[in-house]
Design a protein around this ligand. Structure first.
Ligand code: MBD
Ligand code: FE
Length: 280
């Protein structure tokens, strides 16, 4: 990336916060008061118990207060919550699913990416760096019925670990696209293989990571949403074998079922992965 167009935590955080407000903040009105009472009270009680157990000092309390203020100012609430909380929400939400496993969405999904039918290439720059990847598969129902007209949306970071619409200087729909399955439920997506990804280190989440002595890495990953009429939508991510961070993802979002079996070749890499959807 050019100097001067380098992504900052505050800029990508502001974009992620606006994205969330536009797409998802309507959930607030739908939470009944009994649930708010129970959940907010138990969360606060858990905090009180930690303060007592560890005899938290005023200095530590003020450090927490300063940090929480910073998370909001940097727009990093979507990042913080999706990295450290969403994986448990996903586990609870999808525990009874019979079909393909899913995992967290993360903060960088944008609905409405360019569509193609059957086979196509994600929008990318003419000189897009990275190893070419052919990703193919089928979408079926849990009873084995092929699902024609299913939608497979894919989005992922570029070779520098940046997402279009959240980092500056990248074309709007770069490495984001939607393929509609053919009559057999099949699809083929051509893209480039993403690189391991570090969450922004120059914002409040990065400060927490540094202060705690953690690392900021996620393994390289493809994000997907797979949907078909009458079926449950699957939000998932797929990972590449041998990535050093498959075992210590900062976002705890890797599952064994989500590891790809990639074939390497002179023309690039190839992989197949099928999606099985539960009835709605
Ligand atoms: C990502 O790219 C991501 O997938 C998650 C879950 C959190 C931060 C950045
Ligand atoms: Fe991601």
């Amino acid at each position: 990336n050019d100097p001067g167009t380098t992504a900052s935590a505050a800029a990508s955080g502001a974009s992620a916060t606006e994205r969330f407000k536009a797409d998802k903040s309507s959930a607030v009105a739908a939470t009944p008061p009994e649930r708010v009472d129970t959940l907010a009270r138990e969360l606060l009680e858990a905090v009180h118990a930690i303060v007592r157990k560890h005899e938290v000092t005023y200095d530590e309390y003020n450090a927490l207060k300063a940090w929480l203020i910073g998370v909001g100012q940097d727009g990093e609430w979507p990042l913080f919550l999706d990295v450290w909380v969403e994986h448990v929400v996903e586990e609870v939400a999808n525990s009874s699913r019979q079909g393909s496993k899913g995992t967290i969405e993360g903060p960088y999904y944008v609905p409405g990416s360019p569509e193609f039918t059957g086979e196509g290439t994600l929008p990318m720059r003419p000189d897009e760096p990275g190893t070419p990847l052919r990703f193919a598969g089928h979408v079926t129902s849990v009873d084995g019925t092929p699902l024609a007209g299913a939608r497979v949306e894919m989005w992922h970071a570029d070779d520098d670990g940046f997402y279009s619409q959240f980092a500056p200087g990248i074309p709007e729909w770069n490495l984001r696209g939607t393929v509609v399955t053919d009559a057999d439920g099949g699809f083929v997506i051509h893209t480039i293989q993403p690189a391991p990804y570090q969450i922004p280190t120059d914002g409040s989440c990065g400060k927490l990571i540094a202060a705690a002595g953690w690392h900021a890495w996620r393994p390289a990953h493809l994000h997907l949403k797979v949907s078909a009429p009458g079926h449950q939508l699957i939000t998932t991510q797929l990972y590449f074998p041998g990535d050093p961070h498959n075992d210590d993802d900062i976002a705890s979002a890797v599952k064994p079922e989500l590891l790809l079996d990639v074939q390497t070749g002179a023309e690039g890499n190839q992989v197949t992965y099928d999606f099985v959807l539960d009835p709605a």
